[in-house]
Write a protein that binds this ligand. Structure first.
Ligand code: S3P
Length: 427
C-alpha cells in the first residue's frame, strides 16, 4: 500500500486501542475461574481473537456483545479436549500462556500457528513444563510448532531460575503452578510485565512477588471478575514518537495504561529531552493516564540492562525516534528482539536503511546515528505489525517522494484502527 507521507503536523486527541496483554489474559483468567467474568474494553485485534477462538475450542462458553465480553468459566476442570488442532494465529502470548493452562489437563492437544509463530522458540516453555510432569514437545522433537501438549492432574511444583527475561514464559509457569500440588518459586532474570501476577490477585488467588522472586502455592481456585482494560502503551508508543519527531505537532493520548513494568519508553523519552507530560490517575483496575507529547529537539541515549523488558515492544519505534535525535544511540542487551514476530534487529535495520536511516544491527541490539533526513522507498513489514507501524510513522517524515509498504495487513494484529487514528490527528 502507499503510505501517508509529507506530514504537516499532528494535532488533537486520540483514544488508544486497549491493552493486548491484558485482553489475552482477561479471556484466559475468565476461562479458568469459576463463575462469570465480564470484560470491558477488550481489544478486538487479530491476536486477541486467536485467544478467544482457542478457549472456545477448549469448550469455554464466551459471549461477545461487541462492548462487553462474558466468559462463563467452570474452573480448570471445565476445559474439554478440542475436536481438532487449535490455531494460535500469529500470537506468541496465546500459545505460551495456553500451554501453561493446559499443563493440568490430562488430554492431548495440538497447537499450531502461522509461518512467523512456527519459527519462534518454544523450549523456553517446553523444558520447565516437562520438569513439572507435562509431556510437551514440538514437531519431530524440535522446539517448533505444531506443539503437542499432554498435561497431568499430578503436576509437580517448580523451582525455576528463568533463562530469559520473558513475561510469556513466567505467565505460562504461573498458570501451571496454579494447578500444581505445592509451592512453586520462579526467579526472573529481569523484572518483566506483571499483568499475570496482578490478575491472579484480582481473581482472588494468592501470590507473593517481590523484585525478581515469585511464590505461589497450588492448587488454587479463582473466581470470575469484572475486568476493565486500559489503553495499550505499546500502541500509544507509535503516536508518542510521531508527536515528538514530526514538526508542528502536539497530541494528547487518552486513557493509556501506566503499569510501571511497561513504562520504560516514557523514561527514555525524558532522557532524550522529549517534551512529554503524563497525567496519571487510578483507573478502574489499573493505573492509567493521559500523555501529551509535542515536537522536540532530541538527543541520543544508551538503552540497556534492566530497562529492556520495560520497553521490549517499543524498541522498534524507539529506533525510529533515535534516527531523529542528535548523536549516537546504542541499544544493547536486546537479543530477545531476534525472536519476536520477525527478527526485529534485522528487519528494523534493513527497512529503515531503505528510507535513508543510519542504523547498524549488532548481536544484541542496534546502533543508530542521527539526525537523518529520510527519503522515499519500497519497504516491507515482514508480516510484523510493529515493523509496519514504524514504517508508516517514518513515512510521515518523507517529503516529495513515495513510500510503499508491502504486507501492511499485519498491522491488524494489534492495532486494526491504526490508519484511521493517524488520519484523525493529521493536519
Ligand atoms: C507479552 C510479553 C512480551 C511481549 C509480547 C507480549 C505478554 O513477550 O513482547 O508482545 O503479554 O506477556 P516476552 O515475554 O516473550 O518478552
Amino acid at each position: 500500500m502507499k503510505l501517508k507521507t509529507n506530514s504537516k503536523g499532528l494535532q488533537g486527541f486520540l483514544e488508544i486501542p486497549k491493552d493486548k496483554s491484558i485482553s489475552h489474559r482477561s479471556i484466559m483468567f475468565g476461562s479458568i475461574a469459576e463463575g462469570v467474568t465480564e470484560i470491558h474494553n477488550f481489544l478486538h485485534a487479530k491476536d486477541c481473537l486467536s485467544t478467544i477462538n482457542a478457549l472456545k475450542a477448549l469448550g469455554v462458553e464466551i459471549k461477545d456483545t461487541g462492548s462487553i465480553i462474558y466468559v462463563y468459566g467452570k474452573g480448570f476442570k471445565g476445559l474439554k479436549k478440542p475436536k481438532a488442532p487449535v490455531d494460535m494465529g500469529n500470537s506468541g502470548t496465546t500459545i505460551r500462556l495456553l500451554s501453561g493452562i493446559l499443563a493440568g489437563s490430562d488430554f492431548k492437544v495440538t497447537l499450531f500457528g502461522d509461518a512467523s509463530l512456527s519459527k519462534r522458540p518454544m523450549n523456553r516453555i517446553l523444558l520447565p513444563l516437562q520438569k513439572m510432569g507435562v509431556i510437551a514437545s514440538g514437531i519431530n522433537n524440535t522446539e517448533f510448532l505444531p506443539l503437542s501438549i499432554l498435561g497431568t492432574k499430578n503436576l509437580k511444583p517448580l523451582y525455576y531460575q528463568m533463562k530469559v527475561a520473558s513475561a510469556q514464559v513466567k505467565s505460562a509457569l504461573l498458570f501451571a503452578a496454579l494447578q500444581a500440588q505445592g509451592e512453586s518459586v520462579i526467579l526472573e532474570k529481569e523484572i518483566t510485565r506483571n499483568h499475570t501476577e496482578e490478575m491472579i490477585k484480582q481473581f482472588g488467588g494468592q501470590i507473593h512477588f517481590q523484585g525478581k522472586e515469585i511464590r505461589l502455592t497450588g492448587p488454587q481456585n479463582l473466581k470470575g471478575q469484572k475486568v476493565v482494560i486500559p489503553g495499550d502503551i505499546s500502541s500509544a508508543a507509535f503516536f508518542m514518537v510521531a508527536g515528538l519527531i514530526i514538526p508542528n505537532s502536539k497530541i494528547k493520548l487518552t486513557n493509556v495504561g501506566l503499569n510501571e513494568t511497561r513504562t520504560g519508553i516514557i523514561d527514555v523519552i525524558k532522557t532524550m529531552g522529549g517534551k512529554i507530560i503524563v497525567n496519571s490517575y487510578k483507573g478502574q483496575d489499573q493505573k492509567s493516564g493521559d500523555i501529551v507529547v509535542e515536537t522536540s529537539d532530541l538527543k541520543a541515549v544508551e538503552i540497556s540492562g534492566a530497562i529492556i523488558p520495560r520497553l521490549i515492544d517499543e524498541l522498534p519505534i524507539i529506533a525510529l525516534l533515535a534516527t531523529q535525535a542528535q548523536g549516537v544511540t546504542v541499544i544493547k542487551n536486546a537479543e530477545e528482539l531476534k525472536v519476536k514476530e520477525s527478527n526485529r534487529i534485522d528487519t528494523l535495520a534493513c527497512e529503515l536503511q531503505k528510507l535513508g536511516a543510519d542504523i547498524t544491527p549488532t548481536n544484541d541490539g542496534l546502533i543508530i546515528r542521527g539526525k537523518t533526513k529520510l527519503h522515499g522507498g519500497k519497504v516491507s513489514s515482514h508480516g510484523d505489525h510493529r515493523i509496519g507501524m514504524v514504517l508508516q510513522i517514518a513515512a510521515l517524515l518523507v517529503y516529495d517522494a513515495q513510500v510503499k509498504l508491502e504486507r501492511s495487513e499485519a498491522i491488524a494484529t494489534s492495532f486494526p484502527t491504526f490508519f484511521e487514528s493517524l488520519l484523525a490527528i493529521s493536519k
